[in-house]
Structure formats: C-alpha cells, structure tokens
Design a protein around this ligand. Sequence first.
Ligand SMILES: Cc1cc2nc3c(=O)[nH]c(=O)nc-3n(C[C@H](O)[C@H](O)[C@H](O)COP(=O)(O)OP(=O)(O)OC[C@H]3O[C@@H](n4cnc5c(N)ncnc54)[C@H](O)[C@@H]3O)c2cc1C
Length: 281
Amino acid sequence: MYPPKIGYVIPDSIEEAIEFLQQHEDARPLAGGHSLIPALKLRIIRPSYLVEIRRFQQLNYVKREGNIYKIGALTTHYDMIKSNVPLLSDAAKTIGDPQVRNMGTIGGVISHLDPAADYPASLIAMDAKVLIRGKKGQRLVDFKDFAKDMFTPDLNPGELVTEIQVPAFDGYKFSYQKLERRAGDYAIVGVAVLLKVNGSRIEDARIGLTAVNNIAVRAKGAEEELIGKELTEEVVEKASTRAMESANPTSDIRGSAEYKKKMVKVLVKRGINQALGGVRK
Ligand SMILES: Cc1cc2nc3c(=O)[nH]c(=O)nc-3n(C[C@H](O)[C@H](O)[C@H](O)COP(=O)(O)OP(=O)(O)OC[C@H]3O[C@@H](n4cnc5c(N)ncnc54)[C@H](O)[C@@H]3O)c2cc1C
C-alpha cells in the first residue's frame, strides 16, 4: 500500500526528461501511473526518481498522415476510444475500468509490456512501429522487435517512447475479442482479427493473440488457412483450430493452460464472424 521513498522530477521539456533519465539509470518515467504506481505500492520496484512526463501533452494526439495513423505515446485509453483507429479503439474500450482508461496511456502499456495487455494483440496484427527518442535522436522499430519479452521493451536508459504508428488498413474488417472473468479484469485470452475480403474470397488475414504467450504473437497457422480461400464455415473452423498452434499459455488464477488454448479457438472464430458480420455459407 505504501510506496518507498522516491525523488520526484518535473522536467520543463522532453529533452530535460531524457537528459535526467540518462543520468539516473534507475529513474522511471511516469505516464498514466496505472502500472507503475501499483508496482510501487507493492514495493516490487524501488526507483530512485519518478520523472513526470505526463504533462507533455504535445505527446497526446492521434493523427492520420497518408495511410498511417500516428499516435502520441501519452494518448490515454479514453482518447484512443474516441479516435476510432481500427482495432486499437476497440481494444481500448476493454481496458480496465473508466478510471484506468482516463489515466493509462498507450505508450505506458507498451513500455510496461504486461503479457496480458490488450493493445499488443492489435499492434502485432497491424505491424505497428514504435518511435523512440533518446539523447542521440530518434529511432523507429517494429513493435515485434520492440517487445523483446514480457516486461522487457527495447528501451535503453534515457529513451522514451514518443509515438506508435499503424497502417490505416482501409477496407479491412476487424474485431477485438476479450475473454475476461469480469468487467475491468485483464484478458484471459485476447484476439485481434483483421480481414480483407473481396466478394467471398479472403485476400488478407492478420490475427494477433495476447495473454497466451510471453509476448503477443501472430496466429500464423490460422492466417495461412484463411488467405486466398473462399470464405466458408469450414475454412473458418480450420483456421480457428490452427490458431491454437500459436498459443502457449500458462495455468494461473484465470484458468488452466488447456482451457485458455481452447478459448483461443473460440475467440478466433468469434472474432472472424464478428468482423464479417456473419459467415457466408
Ligand atoms: C485496475 C487496473 C486494471 C487494468 N486493466 C487492464 C486491462 O484490462 N488491459 C490492459 O492492457 N491494461 C490494464 N491495466 C494497465 C493500464 O492499462 C496501464 O495504464 C498501463 O499498463 C500502463 O500505462 P500508464 O500510462 O499507466 O503507464 P505507467 O504506469 O506510468 O508506466 C508503466 C511503465 O512504462 C514506463 N513508461 C511509461 N510511459 C513511457 C514512455 N512514453 N516511454 C518509456 N517508458 C514509459 C514507466 O516508466 C513504467 O515502467 C490495468 C491497470 C489497473 C490499475
């Protein structure tokens, strides 16, 4: 309940925040605080300083440039819901509860990298990119490389996530499915589905899974089963079954590994059907 004693820094600029973070390796940037503060209250982490980046509201934006959505790292889950970005806005609706969504930020989620977080299923399906700013300048990395392992982002001391980029996927149908014990909980299983359908033929399929691996993954087997096929119930059934190949869940208070694996199949099927608004026979 009580955090340890910590220094608190309110920098005037992003440059100053980066400079301070680089000089103090165990200092932590504070965004929405909805993963960092709970960890401090349990004394799981003991940083020397918190560096408040939340006031840099120039990093709270969603804009479309050509075929790319650019999302500022400090965009809250609530603002993501309002922005109507395919998949990500749907995932944002399911995160925590209204209070969490008012404070939590997309940059905070991916810097924290909880294996059951909601956005990563969509980010991996969308081939998202992460813009990182450090003292030496900026670098743009693929989200799949940025998410090195659970709770392990590709961030060096003094680096901040400033932007997330995703293609617009115009003309795609999509759906985010979250299985949870009760509203406000983390996902037991989360599935993001993006489909491009031409007539009854599936031209492209992207399926992301969260909460069933250390990091979010693409359900490659399921995608293979769908791409280039005519849309039938049989194809959807086969694809949903093959999605289980990409799930390597652990048994915990949210359910057994076996149950979670089966739920991947159920949710992928649900996701495809919801994205399409019913399956053609
Ligand atoms: C009750 C509750 C329920 C929740 N339920 C869900 C849920 O269902 N699904 C879900 O996905 N999440 C859930 N969360 C987590 C929530 O979404 C957090 O807001 C999120 O994980 C972290 O974002 P934040 O902005 O609060 O980051 P913070 O807590 O401020 O920071 C998290 C970590 O990231 C670092 N960091 C933050 N921003 C940056 C940046 N721009 N660059 C570099 N490092 C940075 C911090 O130093 C810290 O290590 C829940 C949280 C709570 C308290």
